[in-house]
Design a protein around this ligand. Structure first.
Ligand code: RIB
Ligand code: CA
Length: 325
């Protein structure tokens, strides 16, 4: 029986690879994709999700629902410098041999449903069966908790790509991007009592693809997936080379999908984790209680945190899935 999932996402190049992985994995039944502003503004994230479903989704596609643009983060940093102005590596740069644009965005329906309503409706249909995979800021999940916490707590599991426990942040020295962009939402989610599995930078920074691997993978994949992999990742790899001195794309979001499919790809530790929401320099920092002797009565552990990853297992799984015909 496939695991029913909802994927909340801010596509984003690694989100795109995560969505493709999920849509090509028979272990998952993608019931809905909900969008959130993060890497790019909400409207662009929604357009990108719609394009990805058009290119790589099943027919009929899963529900696509638009999230809430508002996020509580004080600063409005998007990540277009990393993912390109369109969030997908500036796909309009690429042409077909006849000179036509390679990626044509289908017209977005005007009446897309609301993400919170779709999540609550699906929980009504499938109580205790649904897994939420969160690949962006936690704005939508926090909104759903505000709307109907009782129903949201019928989620079977919440797999979240986010946070940095024993490693520096990636958007500030202290904070990881998804948490930083909406720290109040993250804190609300972390304190909610939901069964959360956190997939932080500690493990996602250990799974990456280098240019040669991307090239080889693309050759082995069917079209248009192979071309898309090269086209969409080229700008991120260039950014990583120029800014971080590492020529690779980090597979943050695909690992979260991998963990939802096979929990044994990572080793988790039950910890008490909170989010800094008041400070300025450390806004969005995820603070885990790592003390050997903790007072669990005062601050009971609330989140399963992935601190180790089977890099080899995940990468071979990821490559096999993308090449599967
Ligand atoms: O910090 C990495 C996360 O932030 C990923 O989900 C990436 O897509 C961005 O949303
Ligand atoms: Ca993301």
């Amino acid at each position: 029986m496939a695991k029913r999932v909802i994927i909340d996402t801010d596509p984003g190049v690694d989100d795109a690879l995560a969505l493709i992985l999920a849509l090509r994995s028979p272990e998952l039944q993608v019931e809905a994709i909900t969008t959130v502003s993060g890497n790019v503004p909400l409207e662009q994230a929604t357009k990108n999700a719609y394009l990805l479903l058009d290119l790589f989704g099943p027919k009929p596609p899963p529900i696509l629902a638009r999230g809430r643009a508002r996020s509580s983060g004080k600063r409005r940093i998007m990540a277009q410098s990393v993912h390109g102005s369109d969030g997908l590596g500036e796909l309009n740069r690429f042409k077909n041999p006849d000179g036509s644009t390679r990626y044509l965005y289908p017209k977005l329906p005007r009446d897309l449903p609301d993400a919170t309503e779709v999540l609550l409706d699906l929980l009504k249909r499938y109580p205790d069966e649904l897994t939420l995979i969160s690949l962006g800021p936690l704005t939508n999940l926090a909104e759903a908790l505000l709307t109907d916490a009782k129903r949201v707590k019928r989620l079977r599991e919440v797999v979240i790509m986010g946070g940095a426990i024993g490693v520096p942040g990636n958007i500030t020295p202290a904070a990881e991007f998804n948490i930083f962009m909406d720290p109040y939402a993250a804190q609300r989610v972390f304190k909610s009592g939901l069964p959360i599995k956190l997939v932080p930078l500690d493990v996602t920074e250990k799974v990456c693809l280098r240019p040669m691997e991307i090239e080889n993978l693309a050759q082995a994949m069917e079209e248009p997936l192979g071309s898309f992999l090269c086209d969409a990742t080229s700008k991120v790899v260039e950014y990583m080379r120029q800014v971080q001195g590492v020529e690779a794309i980090l597979l943050h979001d695909p690992l979260a999908v991998g963990v939802a499919i096979d929990p044994y790809m990572v080793k988790t530790t039950l910890l008490h984790v909170e989010v800094e929401t008041q400070a300025c320099i450390t806004q969005g920092m995820t603070i885990a209680d790592l003390r050997p002797i903790r007072n669990d009565l005062e601050q009971p552990p609330n989140i399963q945190v992935a601190l180790e990853v089977d890099t080899k297992l995940f990468l071979s799984f990821f490559k096999e899935r993308l090449c599967r015909r």
